[in-house]
Design a protein around this ligand. Structure first.
Ligand SMILES: Nc1nc2c(ncn2[C@@H]2O[C@H](COP(=O)(O)OP(=O)(O)OP(=O)(O)O)[C@@H](O)[C@H]2O)c(=O)[nH]1
Ligand SMILES: [Mg+2]
Length: 327
């Protein structure tokens, strides 16, 4: 049994309360693998409650999961993002462990994911399929997509993560209950990662070896459509969380491009004393003003963002004060 490391408010004679662990498994048509996943996690974490969130699977996933000993919830809205939102809202626990139902993530690594969270060293551990020390069976296109998104997020947010999209994560309650999640599909992991980083939660990656899906098991991800949705989400979060960098860079590029036609008009004026290249001059002024407008928008949103963060902080303090103390 795992015990809380929280001792400050626990009288020395009392045993700290055992921490409750919830294993959350989003599932859509995973009847071939779900019983094994439930059993494997029950073996590794006998004290944990296992929850399977099903979207009316056509192959009886819910029934198979129930028979294997999981608590099955049904989610009406189709999409992994909706399911994760629903899991975070409906399940109550101290520690949350999220994993896919397709038996591609190894249950054997679960204690490595749990340990840093239990010891208070991380608020979220991510099972990284790409970090040095792991040897994963990736489809080449999935691997390339992961590397692309990894580099994009590290560049934009200044992080050093290796696996942004992993579905194998361990999280503390505070993180799970404080992340406003809105995306509906496979963009959910990118949203969880970026919003956790922006709220100052501590993330730690643990190497895991991804296995291929079993024979006859169908992937739910559609590479082009879902890839574009992940890209759109990353840019939307970039715009929302770093507006000055987003609009500022846009503004600077527009200004620099606007200077080029302006140079032509100025050189002509120096030569002849007349503004002969009128279209270039108008284009240049228009672009420079647009660039300045972008920078102004960035500054305004940046200030608003800071004030919203202060509000969010006060709201969190208020809600923590009104709740019984938990980890
Ligand atoms: N409940 C529910 N689960 C979903 C939905 N879409 C995907 N999932 C589950 O989310 C997990 C991840 O989906 P996968 O299809 O494995 O996606 P992936 O891991 O990125 O790709 P592959 O493993 O290569 O197929 C699996 O357990 C799916 O069953 C959905 O709409 N509803
Ligand atoms: Mg999978």
């Amino acid at each position: 049994m795992f015990h809380s490391s929280r001792t400050a408010d626990t009288p020395s004679s009392e045993q700290p309360a055992p921490l409750s662990i919830a294993v959350l498994i989003p599932c859509l048509n995973e009847a071939r693998s779900i019983a094994k996943v439930v059993r494997d996690f029950k073996t590794q974490l006998p004290q944990a409650s296992i929850y399977v969130f099903d979207n009316n699977s056509a192959d009886g996933t819910g029934q198979v999961a129930h028979e294997a000993g999981a608590i099955v919830f049904s989610e009406a809205r189709r999409g992994k993002g909706y399911v994760v939102q629903s899991m975070f809202e409906r399940v109550d626990a101290d520690i949350y462990l999220m994993v896919d139902g397709d038996d591609t993530y190894p249950a054997e690594n679960v204690l490595q994911l749990l340990a840093p969270v239990l010891q208070g060293e991380a608020d979220m551990t991510i099972g990284s399929r790409i970090i040095q020390g792991s040897s994963s069976e990736f489809k080449p296109v999935n691997f390339m997509g992961n590397i692309f998104f990894q580099n994009l997020i590290n560049f934009i947010f200044g992080t050093h993560l290796t696996d942004i999209l992993s579905g194998y994560r361990c999280m503390v309650r505070k993180l799970v209950k404080n992340l406003p999640l809105f995306v509906t599909g496979f963009e959910i992991e990118a949203e969880i990662t970026i919003k956790s980083l922006e709220r100052g939660f501590r993330l730690l990656e643990v190497p895991v070896n991804l296995r291929s899906r079993g024979e006859g098991s169908q992937s739910k991800i559609r590479i082009v459509r879902d890839g574009l949705r992940i890209l759109g989400t990353i840019f939307a979060l970039f715009r929302d969380y770093k507006p000055l960098t987003f609009f500022g860079s846009l503004g600077l590029v527009t200004i620099l491009l606007g200077i080029l036609p302006g140079i032509r008009a100025i050189l002509g004026y120096i030569e002849t004393g007349l503004v002969e290249k009128f279209p270039s001059a108008i284009l240049s002024v228009g672009m420079i003003l647009t660039g300045l407008l972008f920078i102004m928008v960035g500054l305004i949103l940046h200030t608003l963002n800071r004030r919203f963060r202060e509000m969010e902080h006060f709201l969190r303090v208020l809600s923590e004060d009104s709740q019984p103390s938990r980890r």
